[in-house]
Design a protein around this ligand. Sequence first.
Ligand code: FAD
Ligand code: SF4
Length: 329
Amino acid sequence: MRTFDYVRAVDTREAVRLLADDPGASCLAGGTTQLDLMKDGVLEPPTLIDITRLPLHGIEPRGESLHVGALVTMEELAVDPVVAERLPMVREALLLAGSVQLRNMATIGGNLLQRTRCRYFRDPAVPECNKRAPGSGCSAVKGVARMHAVLGASERCIALHASDLAVALVSLDAVVHVQGVSERRTVPLTEFYLTADESPERENVLEHAELITEVEIPLPPATARSGYLKVRDRASYEFALASAAVLLVVQGGVIQQARVGLGGVGTKPWRAYEAEHVLTGAPATTAVFKDASEATMRDAFTVPGTAFKLPLARRTLVRELQTVSGVKA
Ligand code: FAD
Ligand code: SF4
């Protein structure tokens, strides 16, 4: 690993100023993504700014939203009583991610900003990777692809965004609060991420000298039911091949409100607006759920190793719609 300077920031403004002063610097939260990539030689920041002492550790219901500090750990959020009662989809997405050891280190801010697991991105010995070396090509499109994306993908890059939490949060219209050198801003999570076919090397709209300080999650109506289904190669400690985050409000057998997010398939956490359009106002039946799932993959880009994801993602969504609505298969 290349040597680097370590600086511990004491408040958010100082952390942002340290980042602004050093264009190569990175910040360190739980370190579960950042340190792995440094050990592998993929990232070589000259300076690491430790943000773990910043006062961003709170979980607070305010009005009809839950405000979650960026340094709250995944495990802390998973066991929060408001999340358990009002946001089961978020709780399930967290508890199905990584291991308990990992969730006790990993933070919410870091989870949203985790980097892709594409093996070619994570191996600096591979020269062709548009994300690591813009303009060099994409090794995965011609190579071994399985844990890769089919939506928001193209020949330029098929890197999957592997966060489970982000899939739940995009479907709930969560908002990230961002602190820059001179201003704060809020960005809806649905507008935060860029797809790999837009820009393989840039994954989101965060600027270098900006920190995520908080995630604001609107609380769904009390009549809503939600859940998260994750399909993977083994039962624990594995990333999604396909996943579905579903929230439904059903009255008298008719779907009043539908929110759908898809994981394991997108170069960004995927909000499935087409499925929501089919579901809203329709009867809660398996036939409607199948129609909704058919609408999701129309713009997919596949390579031989990822073609299996289309039927898998559709079936995953139908299954979770059945579970959340209580409609039998
Ligand atoms: P760090 O590693 O410290 O940082 C990650 C990135 O975010 C860095 O670029 C850092 O500079 C930046 N950063 C961190 N916080 C901020 C902030 N507040 N503002 C601005 N920039 C920031 N995730 C899943 O969703 N599902 C899984 O099943 C899953 N399985 C995993 C299995 C393994 C073995 C591992 C290693 C990881 C897994 N992950 C999974 C990913 C894991 O959840 C992330 O690595 C973790 O959430 C990152 O959080 P962190 O606090 O450790 O971030
Ligand atoms: Fe690089 Fe993206 Fe291709 Fe992976 S899929 S090799 S990250 S360009």
